[in-house]
Design a protein. Structure first.
Length: 122
């Protein structure tokens, strides 16, 4: 799992460099998130999210098959509420920030209720 975190961080750095080099959106956090979402397979070629792209993400990130139903369940409300509002033409990528905040809230609430503790080195 640590390797996957390193991959995501490397992709975020790649997206930051890409956005800075192209001066897109002044490397706004929402646009970095959008770029990372594309790199990790959470979006399709049209920069949209769907249940199919959520499945692609879980497969790409080697999330165990037995966790896929839970992953879809947790992502369902955010996909239903925000996916149709994603707008690839937004210069500051606000809609991608809204989707990500929804996902962060859902997974954060789940982790809190499940009493999940991070595996911090040390």
């Amino acid at each position: 799992m640590v390797f996957k975190k390193q991959v995501v961080l490397a992709l975020a750095a790649t997206c930051l460099v890409f956005l800075a080099l192209h001066q897109q959106c002044n490397a706004r956090p929402e646009c970095i998130v959008k770029c990372v979402m594309g790199k990790i397979g959470l979006m399709d070629n049209s920069s949209m999210v769907s249940t199919a792209t959520v499945q692609n993400f879980m497969t790409t990130m080697d999330i165990p098959e037995e966790a896929h139903d839970l992953g879809h369940f947790l992502a369902e409300d955010c996909v239903n509420e925000h996916a149709s509002k994603l707008d690839p033409a937004q210069p500051f990528c606000e809609s991608y920030g809204d989707f990500t905040m929804c996902m962060q809230t859902v997974f954060g609430n789940f982790a809190e209720k499940a009493n999940c503790q991070p595996n911090l080195p040390g």
